[in-house]
Design a protein around this ligand. Structure first.
Ligand code: ARG
Length: 289
């Protein structure tokens, strides 16, 4: 009935989303921006000469945390360290699937010690299997989990060798994807998993090499393709619980395409954190299983 309705109804009469989207409760790890600042530049968005409004960053981050909680999700908190100004970008500190933790190994010295802080948190919080990696990987910055695959970015941060390490550790087929535009230096700035159970994603094609674009087309023929303006507004740096999609508020061009698919987009203002080159997803690590 859904399919015939879809082909019969003219786009203009469509009022109700055609698909029923169910949120599933998630558990997230976040880290307050207490010590956030931009004093070095390791991605094109970071300009140390631009001031950061720290109280505003804190408020924006709290809005995100509180929004997750009001949607019924659990938010765990990592203690921020004064010597680690990028620690608010908690997504980069590990990748967790079925309660098994693949630790991170950061590409830049400035963030190196965040990985240990994450591993300590996991050990103290009952995660029995915490793997300290051999090869550079920046956690969920470059790893995205769908039902069938672990999508893995490379080109700017994570080493291609980390892809095999992740595949061996999780036993999930890894699909390596080449990032080619320095503005989209992490996979999670160019691709977002909308429905993990259904292998549904959105991405910005121009952030990927021609070969990687062909792979994405083949594996995800129904993906939502983002336009440049929405990618540049960090629209792919979003978090979906299967129904609600929390996305940076500047990515207005994604609102209707998400609604058309039955999702409920929730625009968030994380403007201060954008100065560090991160937004919704960067601040959110998902603890799976
Ligand atoms: N300043 C941080 C860096 O360049 C931002 C990290 C953003 N996180 C992300 N998941 N993309 O490493």
């Amino acid at each position: 009935p859904c399919a015939s309705h879809r082909s019969a109804a003219p786009a203009a009469d469509r009022e109700e989303p055609e698909l029923n989207r169910d949120a599933t409760p998630r558990r997230y790890l976040m880290c307050a921006p207490t010590h956030f600042r931009v004093t070095y530049s390791i991605n094109p968005w970071m300009d140390p000469s631009k001031p950061v409004d720290l109280p505003l960053a804190q408020t924006q981050w709290e809005d995100l945390r509180d929004r997750y909680r009001s949607l019924g999700h659990t938010v765990e908190l990592l203690t921020p360290r004064p010597d680690l100004p990028d620690m608010v970008f908690a997504a980069n500190g590990a990748t967790v699937i079925d309660g098994r933790v693949l630790g991170a190994l950061f590409a830049y010295r400035e963030r190196f010690e965040e990985a240990g802080a994450h591993r300590d948190w996991f050990r103290e919080n009952g995660f029995a299997e915490v793997h300290e990696p051999e090869h550079v990987n920046e956690g969920e910055g470059d790893f995205a989990v769908t039902a069938s695959y672990l999508l893995a970015g490379r080109g700017f941060r994570s080493s291609p060798l980390s892809h095999m390490e992740a595949q061996e550790f999780f036993g999930t087929p890894v699909i390596g994807l080449d990032l080619v535009d320095p503005r989209y230096y992490h996979l999670d700035t160019a691709l977002c998993v909308l429905d993990a159970a259904a292998d549904e994603i959105m991405y910005y094609p121009d952030a990927f090499s021609a070969g990687s674009r062909a792979v994405l087309r083949r594996l995800f023929p129904d993906a939502l393709l983002a336009r440049e303006a929405d990618a540049a507004a960090f629209g792919l740096n979003s978090v979906s619980d299967g129904r609600h999609v929390l996305l940076p508020q500047g990515a207005t061009g994604l609102l209707d395409p998400l609604r058309d698919r039955g999702f409920e987009p929730i625009p968030m203002d994380l403007g201060e954190l954008l100065k560090g080159g991160g937004s919704v997803k960067c601040c959110t690590q998902e603890l799976r299983g």
